[in-house]
Design a binder for this molecule. Structure first.
Ligand SMILES: Nc1ncnc2c1ncn2[C@@H]1O[C@H](COP(=O)(O)OP(=O)(O)OP(=O)(O)O)[C@@H](O)[C@H]1O
Length: 371
């Protein structure tokens, strides 16, 4: 961080060990640290009951102020309603990148600027931000600890949000974080890792969460010819590539290859049917580089834990009527074609595709459903 803004940093505290340690590190480096916990949802949740109390306790321990901002309505609209609408339409939305952009970083930075006189926020995310003088862009980089790297969930942050954010844990391994937490005797030093989505953690499972909002709706499970093989109790209970829980006996393993919400059908096929050579990605955000005007080579992740695979990213042209010689093609900023060197299994509409050049996040977006 530059010395000018060394004064005040607002740290997003979930009550977990990572954000507690991030706050403690900055405090010991001499920053004026203010803790901020976003109240995301009602009831028991990782940050919304005991998390808030742990965050308050950590602030008391470090000796810094603690603010709680009630953002439940924003979380309801931008995350819960978005998830429920997506699942009922037969896609599998990824809430975390959406949550980071619209619920966490945006509102936290705004609150910090408007109410706390600070232009910097920090979180316990494992990722790094670097300013590139040559391109005058903030670049988003993978964490040094590749096993904890969360850059996949941060691809949608704008330049303004990256400019105002700090990730004190980006250079650390999780073990180093825990030993720093132990050194400062933080109450959260031994707190277990949260493994799942916060909504899964607070509801027991994604199915239990969805069942609160979507009624069961029986329909057919069919093969690619339309032959009925079984029954399901709602397309929202399925995801592309799913093999388990279909309740169909077959000689070869069957996978979900399509979710037809309009006709309330789950379509299954063999592994070959669930493998695609390319996909279209929408709502693209270019992060570390400006939007290119020609295809680029990259490595893409189509799930958080998937290995990066080589691809060509092709910005989609909005050519309109192709026989108009005068027409200059416009690059449609929000969509790209992702063409895999090797066809990929289980490309899931609604999840994020994030493409990298080594450690650098180039861009990312949401996998679109095949039309
Ligand atoms: N409710 C919240 N209010 C403020 N900041 C939050 C909140 N939830 C998460 N964050 C911030 O986002 C970071 C990443 O959140 P995530 O849910 O991935 O937790 P985590 O990696 O388990 O970290 P932690 O150990 O701090 O809970 C946290 O370290 C924290 O800085």
């Amino acid at each position: 961080m530059d010395s000018l803004s060394k004064k005040k940093v607002v740290v997003g505290l979930s009550g977990g060990v990572d954000s507690s340690t991030a706050a403690a590190i900055l405090h010991h480096q001499g920053y004026e640290v203010i803790g901020l916990t976003l109240w995301l949802m009602k009831g028991k949740g990782q940050c919304c009951s005991e998390g808030m109390i742990d965050a308050a306790y950590i602030c008391e321990q470090i000796g810094i102020p603690h603010h709680v901002v009630d953002i439940r309505e924003v979380f309801q609209t931008n995350i819960i309603d978005y998830l429920v609408a997506g699942y009922s339409a037969g896609i599998t939305p990824l809430p975390c990148s959406q949550c980071n952009k619209t619920v966490k970083f945006g509102p936290m930075l705004q609150y910090a600027q408007e109410n706390l006189g600070s232009d910097r926020i920090a979180t316990g995310h494992y990722a790094r931000i670097r300013y590139d003088e040559a391109t005058e862009r903030y670049q988003l980089l993978r964490a040094v600890d590749r096993n904890k790297d969360q850059s996949y969930f941060l691809y949608d942050l704008s330049q303004d949000l990256l400019a105002g954010s700090v990730f004190p844990l980006g250079e650390l391994s999780k073990n180093e974080t825990r030993s720093i937490a132990a050194k400062y005797e933080l109450k959260t030093a031994d707190k277990p890792e949260s493994q799942d989505l916060c909504l899964v953690e607070s509801n027991g499972s994604m199915r239990a969460f969805l069942d609160k909002y979507l009624a069961p709706k029986k329909g057919d499970i069919v093969d690619t010819t339309g032959k009925v093989l079984g029954q399901h109790d709602g397309v929202h209970h399925y995801t592309i590539g799913q093999r388990k829980g279909l309740g169909i006996a077959a000689a070869e393993p069957l996978y979900v290859i399509g979710l037809d919400a309009v006709n309330n059908r789950v379509i299954v096929g063999d592994r070959h049917n669930a493998t695609e050579p390319e996909c279209t990605v929408e709502r693209v955000n270019w992060v570390s580089i400006p939007q290119p005007s020609a295809p680029i080579r990259a490595e893409v992740q189509i799930r958080y834990r998937s290995s990066p695979v080589p691809v060509t990213i092709i910005p989609l042209e909005n050519c309109g009527v192709s026989n108009n010689a005068e027409q200059v093609p416009n690059i449609e900023s929000s969509r790209v074609r992702v063409v895999f060197d090797e066809p990929q299994f289980s490309i899931t509409p609604g999840q994020a595709a994030v493409w990298y050049d080594g450690e650098k996040v180039l861009g990312g977006g949401i996998i679109q459903r095949n039309s």
